[in-house]
Design a protein around this ligand. Structure first.
Ligand SMILES: C[S@@+](CC[C@H](N)C(=O)[O-])C[C@H]1O[C@@H](n2cnc3c(N)ncnc32)[C@H](O)[C@@H]1O
Length: 264
């Protein structure tokens, strides 16, 4: 049975309000993670791939380049509009990851890039249901943020009110040693493996970083607490400390990938 743990219909308020900024200023940096997970999962010609919490659809576009037939779902209607524009042949829907609108066994591969978290574990029951027997799953979450060289890039999110910051901490718990392995196994997945795909955000300068960061859901929570201008100023000041002469701002953040299968 699908279990919804949060109100997905309000997600677009935060994630969708600057969908074009997200798609063009930030999402391209995620390509390292998409390529690594697609490669590990062996995404290839004829695979039916679903990307859960697909955002603006760059991962779908890259899966299609490998020959896959693609579908995606995201709670943000404005991000889905970009994903559809990029992937006119894909079946991209607005909806909740806890109630996937596809029948059992519809896909060979399901991915979710920083879409399923410790606060949304039941989405994995739906992922399992829509995968064919022997289907492959790959999900990513933040790993050990504090030891990441690029931890500074997530710091402005902590300007949010305490309950929101606590929720962010609960989300990333899925990256702790053993957490994802246990959760996937408890949902009936086998051959669970932990991998470390590379994740690096790059920005031209502190202003570009601040603009790109402001589109995200956690930034929206911070902006509601301190206001748009204070958030922007804090982000710029944070990035000014890590500017390197002649090089882009680069934030390498520890990322955990979990790969698994449904029983054949
Ligand atoms: C961290 S972003 C990741 C987006 C994309 N996978 C990427 O790699 O950039 C989280 C995404 O989850 C989506 N989301 C949040 N709650 C959701 C839900 N219940 N069902 C579907 N999508 C959801 C948001 O709209 C947002 O696009």
């Amino acid at each position: 049975m699908a279990v919804t743990t949060h109100d997905w219909t309000v997600v677009d308020e935060g994630w969708g309000r600057r969908a074009v900024d997200f798609a063009t200023l930030s999402e391209p940096s995620n390509c390292r993670e998409y390529v690594a997970i697609h490669h590990r999962l062996g995404v290839d010609d004829g695979d039916r791939v679903l990307d859960v919490a697909c955002g603006s659809g760059l991962a779908l576009e890259l899966a299609a380049l490998r020959g896959a037939t693609c579908a995606g779902i995201d709670a943000s209607a404005r991000l889905v509009a970009v994903a559809r524009d990029r992937n006119p042949d894909a079946d991209v829907r607005v909806g909740d990851m806890h109630a996937l609108p596809w029948t059992d066994g519809s896909f060979d591969v399901v991915t979710s890039f920083r879409g399923v978290w410790g606060t949304t574990p039941h989405a994995l029951a739906e992922v399992h249901r829509v995968l064919a027997p022997g289907g492959r799953v790959g999900i990513t979450v933040w790993g050990h943020i504090k030891v990441s060289p690029g931890a500074w890039a997530l710091a402005p999110f902590r300007l949010a009110e305490e309950p929101a910051v606590a929720n962010q901490a609960a989300m990333v718990r899925l990256g702790r040693p053993g957490a994802g392995e246990e959760l996937l196994a408890s949902h009936g997945f086998t051959d669970v493996r932990r991998v470390s795909p590379r994740f690096a955000w790059e920005f031209a300068d502190p202003q570009a970083y601040a603009r790109a960061l402001a589109f995200t859901g956690p930034a929206y929570e911070a902006i509601r607490a301190v206001g748009e201008e204070a958030f922007h100023d804090a982000a710029v000041r944070t990035a000014e400390r890590v500017v390197r002469d002649g090089l882009p701002l680069r934030a390498e953040i520890d990322l955990v990938g979990y790969l698994a299968r449904t029983p054949a």
